[in-house]
Design a protein around this ligand. Structure first.
Ligand code: FES
Length: 572
């Protein structure tokens, strides 16, 4: 919540939230004195302030272009008579973090929230893009509730390998699977590695970063039409300048996140997630963002929406295109226009315009090979589905748009891996007792496990089956999957094994049934036997004893709550 003295009529600019020495005039005098050491004139220091969160980092390839983008935001702020001040927060470069980036999303959200609240600013522009940075910033902003605009870093462009178009990171996984199966040799995989990610910006497909960019725009937290502009496109810089120019007007209108992130805009975002064939991580992050405003997301409601929301977007990993194609095809304006009868039109954006008014503008060029109409969808129902049953009493998620329909109704024998280490040790063993119609189960990789719910749900096909041509199997875990991955993969099983969930009780040879039509996930073991196993099970996992790992393990919620910290969720 905002400090009382910072609501309208209270202190502005540099006078906001003074350091408390027991003498307000002294505090302001001291602050101005130190600000002047940075060369600011009195005229500049009298201006309203737009804080700009700059998440450029040498450990974040996706944000390499942010210094230029932040400069563009500053131009926009200056042009409107504001003082732009950029500041850093934690930056999360997806592939550089151990054990997994998700574990640090909540830390970045805390950093974002507290630095917005602690430092003097009248509005804030948050610049981010890589997978966890967008939800972390939105979570923090939702709690700080200062007028905020998010500026997306933008997707990277595709590269080429021997004439074939490549984009991180669906093609990363496809070629790695080919390498494991012996269809690509080590020389070729080396050259592919050098062509998968060739510009700055976020992953080029409809993975988590792109999904979250589209969700941010749908929530009204970005300037309309900016989610999909490629990172290297000059329009991205113009979007930066326009975002800076808008920030003080958003503040003047009093458009704090609590006015934008509402039950209706969250439901719109769920529709968009489903129509995009978006990342499974999207539901986790949107749940956490909405939770900061006290808006619960029910997975049963997700299923209702999924049954009435077609997949309209034809991007990898579920389709064929890349984000640069989505941008050229009309991007979010076209998608929202096509979904309009299913959306709440009264939702506002940072400009103060309602969604209904935004969509009255004439549509530009639309490429129907990339964004279909509702009358001719790519798939009649939404990309995600929640599953329930005795194996997942509080739900699990499957991305049906990325799964093999031949496995939508499947019963098979469980092949169980008790941890990520066990998986790594045995998955490629010649001795592994596994057949193509078995179901691979990974235990102890959920939010409270030591691995912190990594993107390990895309369990590799055992090498001997991959070499025999098997491309997909039903895989079940309590962890996550990269938004760029594909396969018949059940994720986010809740409750997780680490807190006694049934997934931790599955044994080799148990029979499991997956039914998409019934939205069910059943373990065919009777309750007495499950109870016997529960009594006999002894947790092997050591609990962290200090630091952030302890805070995380003690307070992270289950996947159906967004894996936020329990003490950061809204309490009213
Ligand atoms: Fe940053 Fe994929 S690694 S979005």
């Amino acid at each position: 919540m905002q400090d009382d003295d910072q609501s309208s009529g209270g202190p502005k600019g540099l006078s906001r939230g003074l350091t408390n020495y027991g003498d307000k005039d002294f505090s302001l005098y001291l602050r101005r004195s130190f600000a002047k050491s940075m060369g600011y004139s009195d005229e500049m220091l009298a201006r309203p302030i737009v804080g700009i969160i700059n998440t450029a980092s040498g450990y974040n390839n996706c944000h390499r272009g942010l210094p230029e983008l932040v400069a563009a935001v500053k131009r926009g702020v200056l042009a409107q008579g504001g003082l732009p001040i950029d500041f850093p927060t934690i930056s999360l470069g997806e592939v550089f973090l151990n054990p997994t980036s998700l574990m640090f999303r909540n830390l970045m959200a805390m950093d974002t929230e507290e630095m917005i609240r602690a430092q003097p600013m009248d509005a804030v522009v948050m610049v981010g893009g890589c997978d966890k940075t967008v939800p972390a910033q939105l979570m923090g902003a939702a709690s700080a509730d200062l007028p905020t605009i998010q500026l997306i870093a933008g997707p990277m462009m595709t590269g080429r390998y021997e004439g074939e178009r490549l984009g991180a990171c669906t093609d990363c996984r496809r070629f790695w699977a080919d390498f494991r199966a012996g269809r690509v040799n080590s020389d070729q995989i080396g050259r592919i590695e050098g062509n998968l990610a060739t510009t700055f910006g976020t992953c080029a497909v409809m993975g988590t970063a792109s999904t979250m960019a589209c969700i941010a725009e749908t929530l009204g937290m970005t300037l309309p039409g900016t989610a999909a502009i490629p990172a290297v496109h000059a329009d991205r810089l113009r979007a930066g300048e326009a975002t800076g120019a808008q920030a003080l007007e958003t503040a003047r209108l009093g458009l704090t996140p609590s006015k934008l992130i509402t039950e209706n805009s969250v439901e719109n975002a769920l529709r968009v997630l489903l129509a995009l064939g978006g990342s499974t991580n999207g539901i986790l992050h949107l749940t956490a963002i909405a939770g900061r405003r006290g808006i619960p997301i029910s997975l049963r409601r997700l299923n209702e929406l999924s049954d009435t929301t077609p997949v309209l977007v034809n991007l990898k990993p579920t389709g064929v295109g890349y984000m640069e194609d989505f941008h050229a095809a009309g991007a979010m304006g076209t998608l929202l226009r096509d979904l309009a009868p299913l959306l709440h039109m009264d939702c506002l954006s940072v400009t103060g315009e309602s969604l209904g008014d935004r969509l009255k503008a004439a549509p530009g060029h639309v490429d129907r090979t990339i964004i279909r109409s509702r009358e001719e969808p790519f798939e009649a129902v939404g990309g995600l589905v929640a599953l329930y049953g005795n194996l997942a009493p509080d739900g699990a998620i499957l991305k049906r748009s990325a799964a093999d329909p031949a496995m939508f109704e499947h019963t098979g024998r469980a092949v169980v891996f008790s941890s990520l280490e066990d998986l790594a040790d045995r998955i490629d063993s010649d001795d592994l007792d596994v057949k193509a119609d078995d179901i691979l189960v990974l235990q102890n990789a959920g939010p409270k496990s030591p691995s912190g719910m990594p993107e390990a749900g895309y369990i590799p096909i055992p090498k001997k089956l991959a070499q025999a041509g098997v491309k997909d199997m039903v895989r079940i875990s309590d962890c996550r999957m990269s938004g760029t991955a594909f396969g018949t993969i059940v994720l986010h099983v809740t409750p997780e094994a680490a807190i006694g969930g049934a997934i931790g009780l599955v044994e080799n040879g148990d029979e499991i049934s997956l039914s998409i039509s019934n939205k069910s996930l059943e373990l065919h073991v009777n309750n007495d036997e499950l109870e016997r196993r529960r009594q006999a099970s002894v947790s092997q996992q050591a609990r962290p004893s200090r630091g952030y790992a302890k805070l995380y393990a003690d307070h992270v919620t289950q996947a159906d709550q967004g894996a936020d910290f329990d003490f950061l969720m809204a309490t009213d």
